[in-house]
Write a protein that binds this ligand. Structure first.
Ligand code: NAD
Length: 271
């Protein structure tokens, strides 16, 4: 640990497991107190298991081993009023807010003609509206703090089209645009906003159930499978790989990096 985040408070959504848990652990390990937000309930439409309250408890217990304060919030990023109330209370408790990692998301692969209205709406509700809600509930606290850093979790699907994921690809391109748009208007408050674009990550979302669903959908046009191949000869990346990029972006080491779309994608988006 180098204490890069000492004295800071960071909010992470989707914190119960996967990448979100790793961001919480990394922030606490670098000296930050953390507000850890998750739905901890059934996710709409996904092929993989949902997280549970005990998953968030585990994140908190592991992060507290660093000696930092961690405030868990069971909240739905789709509910702006509820999120605002919960965030306001947690920020009051910890005294400030310096950085935000808007990481909560879902993915429901399907061939284009199998995408229902419900799948499209659910994906946009969580990945786009939920991300916007997260910024709206937190940015005023960063303004009060005199500045800060916001990271929006997109995907390689927000840099390069991913077939058999029209709603997800649409949502992640939107998140990339949202980061640049917020970056412009929040710059005068000393707030930086960037997006991060991982290739497949070893989490529940990147699990066997999910890969099977993609393989099934890709039978509609097997030629397109090559669009998902990484340039580096790896199947996917780890949560630590993504946390390294997020730590750089929330820390002062990146103080003049804003409106940037950072690929952590083993080269898939250029391949
Ligand atoms: N796993 C991958 O292959 C991959 C690749 C690129 C980008 N991403 C993105 O990274 C982020 C994290 O994904 P992950 O791989 O850790 O997935 P994950 O499913 O393991 O974790 C996502 C977490 O978000 C929470 N969440 C979902 N909807 C929520 C809501 N409405 N309110 C609050 N919390 C909610 C879930 O409960 C879960 O704990 C997502 O935005 C995802 O789109 C994932």
């Amino acid at each position: 640990m180098s204490g890069l985040m000492r004295g800071k408070v960071v909010l992470v959504t989707g914190a119960a497991r996967g990448q979100g848990r790793e961001h919480v652990l990394r922030m606490a390990g670098e000296g930050a107190d953390v507000i850890a937000v998750d739905l901890c309930a059934t996710l709409p439409g996904v092929a993989y298991a949902s997280s549970e309250p005990t998953d968030l408890d585990t994140t908190v217990a592991l992060a507290e081993e660093s000696g930092q304060q961690v405030v868990p919030l069971v909240a739905d990023v789709r509910d702006l009023a509820g999120l605002r109330d919960a965030v306001d209370g947690a920020v009051e408790k910890l005294g400030r807010l310096d950085a935000v990692v808007a990481n909560a998301g879902i993915c429901i692969p399907s061939a284009w003609d199998q995408v229902t209205e419900e799948i499209f709406r659910d994906t946009m509700d969580v990945n786009v509206t939920g991300t916007w809600n997260t910024v709206m509930a937190t940015a005023p606290h960063l303004v009060t703090a005199g500045g800060g850093s916001i990271v929006l979790m997109s995907s390689s699907a927000g840099l390069k089209v991913q077939p058999f994921m029209i709603p997800y690809t649409t949502s992640k391109f939107a998140v990339r645009g949202m980061a640049k748009a917020f970056a412009a208007e929040l710059a005068r408050f000393g707030i930086r906003v960037n997006s991060v674009h991982p290739t497949g990550v070893d989490t529940a979302m990147g699990s066997r159930a999910m890969l099977t669903q993609v393989a099934k959908a890709s039978m509609a046009d097997p030629r397109l499978r090559g669009m998902l191949v990484n340039m580096q000869p790896v199947e996917g990346i780890s949560v630590e790989d993504v946390a390294n990029a997020v730590l750089f972006l929330v820390s002062d080491a990146s103080r003049h990096v804003t409106a940037h779309a950072m690929a952590v994608d083993a080269g898939v988006s250029e391949f």
